[in-house]
Ligand binder design. Sequence first.
Ligand code: GMZ
Ligand code: MG
Ligand code: ZN
Length: 183
Amino acid sequence: MHKAIFLDRDGVINKDHAYVHQIADFEFIDGVFDACKQFVQAGYKIVVVTNQSGIGRGYYDEAQFHLLSDWMCAQFMARGIEITGVYFCPHHPEKANAPYNVECSCRKPEPGMLHQAIAEHNLDPAQSIMVGDKVSDIQAAHAAGLATTVLVESGQRFTDTQKQLADYVCKSLGSVPQALSIL
Ligand SMILES: O=P(O)(O)OC[C@@H](O)[C@H]1O[C@@H](OP(=O)(O)O)[C@@H](O)[C@@H](O)[C@@H]1O
Ligand SMILES: [Mg+2]
Ligand SMILES: [Zn+2]
């Protein structure tokens, strides 16, 4: 089994400008590539798990999402970093149009995307990490039994109570390797 670091996308990898779906609006957060290199060197697979209700809401379609994802993965690959998988949830129970307006098991805080990645890539939750910028990311990680959770402050603001849900709170992904002593 492999250890993995699960990354939320918007607010962790790129600035969350709300429903980002175009390359021109995809702004990498400082330190992301160096942090990912360190995790790869430490033997972690990198998996992206992202809620994309913008698809269900009709702001963009799955093909546009895949184009942006392929470009994002190529940016990592150009720096020697392989992204093992990108998992997305296009649903929203109330705000999406049919057929996306369902109570699914993949929209975080549900753990469906994590379960799927764990099964498809033989990942070990007990050795794995989640980095998210919302409480729902941390809840999904807990539901999937991931060992370690990190909230980053590069997306949202948190109350002290919310911060206590995660094992670590870091400014951004760039400071996670040091906080977790992954060097
Ligand atoms: O952070 P990840 O999971 O990678 O992606 C979240 C985004 O798809 C969008 O998720 C939306 O939440 P709703 O889906 O409308 O609740 C809003 O928070 C948007 O601002 C945000 O861009
Ligand atoms: Mg996010
Ligand atoms: Zn879903």
